[in-house]
Design a protein around this ligand. Structure first.
Ligand code: AMP
Ligand code: MG
Length: 275
């Protein structure tokens, strides 16, 4: 595995995890490897979609400019758009705020046969909310357990849950934010608040440590992806997703074979009747 997996509650200090790895690959090698992974991922998604017994939820968290959008473009791009959806969670609207914090999230979860990528997620309700005191501690403290229960509910109902934290260094973030300023083709991505958020770097680190410590479960693991190299990030994420889906391959193929056999019987019956 190219990135570190957290599937048990326990003390975490993710800032000790490197942000920049190459996995013994050159960029060119990584691109070739990703092209092959993309084909495999596409096939697995097709099986998931056709079998219609399971869903896949991919949660993406990370600081500003950590590459959430780019990761979705590359990794979701390997899949059939017909069976894939992206849900982005922004500052809650008044209607969303009037409900429990999982209300808007639950509505966006994937149905059987579907893949959904969360660009930010329910975790913001214990990250940004905590860092900026948007709710008192008594409120967000309870959410770790609420989230674990929610994710257990999903996995009990055949949703495969994979959570990625895109891990970038403070220097790499600065480089990317400055690049957005300097490059007119990227300046639309500029968001002055990204610089304000950056000054809360250590508060976010502490908040992320607690999330990894308290919301890592065997059935809903977190993966910390070294993301300073975008090409490494893509290969690492694709590897995780392939490993997460592969165990179901035989089951999905068997249910498709059964479906195919049933359809053949039905077809033969129609032919026999009209003969
Ligand atoms: P972006 O993902 O860069 O488009 O920005 C979305 C913004 O919405 C980020 O600044 C998030 O911190 C913010 N956001 C997302 N979810 C929540 C939430 N539950 N409460 C407050 N802010 C949120
Ligand atoms: Mg942003």
């Amino acid at each position: 595995m190219l990135c570190e997996k957290f599937d048990n509650p326990g003390k975490v200090s993710f800032t000790t995890i490197p942000t920049k790895l190459d996995g013994d690959m050159t960029e060119a090698q990584a691109l070739t490897r990703f092209a092959k992974q993309a084909i495999e991922l596409g096939k697995l998604q097709e099986l998931l979609s056709a079998a219609g017994t399971h869903a896949l939820l991919v949660v993406l968290q990370g600081r500003d400019a950590s590459g959430k959008d780019g990761a979705i473009k590359s990794v979701a791009g390997a899949m059939n758009p017909g069976g894939t959806r992206v849900a982005a969670f922004k500052v809650p609207t008044p209607e969303e705020r009037a409900h429990d914090f999982l209300w808007r999230i639950h509505k966006q979860t994937p149905g059987k046969g579907e893949v959904v990528f969360f660009n930010r997620s329910h975790y913001e309700d214990i990250l940004v909310v905590r860092v900026h005191n948007l709710a008192p501690k008594e409120v967000w403290e309870k959410r770790y357990e609420d989230i674990n229960n929610f994710e257990n509910l999903l996995t009990d109902n055949n949703v495969i849950v994979v959570k990625f934290f895109l891990h970038v260094s403070k220097d790499e973030q600065e480089k990317r934010l400055l690049d957005r300023e300097a490059n007119s083709e990227k300046s639309w991505k500029l968001n002055p608040s990204d610089w304000t958020e950056r000054s809360f770097w250590d508060d976010y680190s502490a908040a992320y440590d607690d999330v990894l410590e308290r919301c890592s479960m065997e059935n809903a693991p977190w993966y910390v992806v070294p993301s300073d190299n975008k090409w490494f990030r893509n290969v690492a994420m694709a590897e995780v997703l392939i490993e997460a889906l592969k165990p179901y391959k035989a089951e999905w193929k068997a249910s498709l074979a059964k479906l195919g056999a049933e359809q053949k019987v039905a077809l033969e019956k129609i032919r026999a009747e009209s003969a």
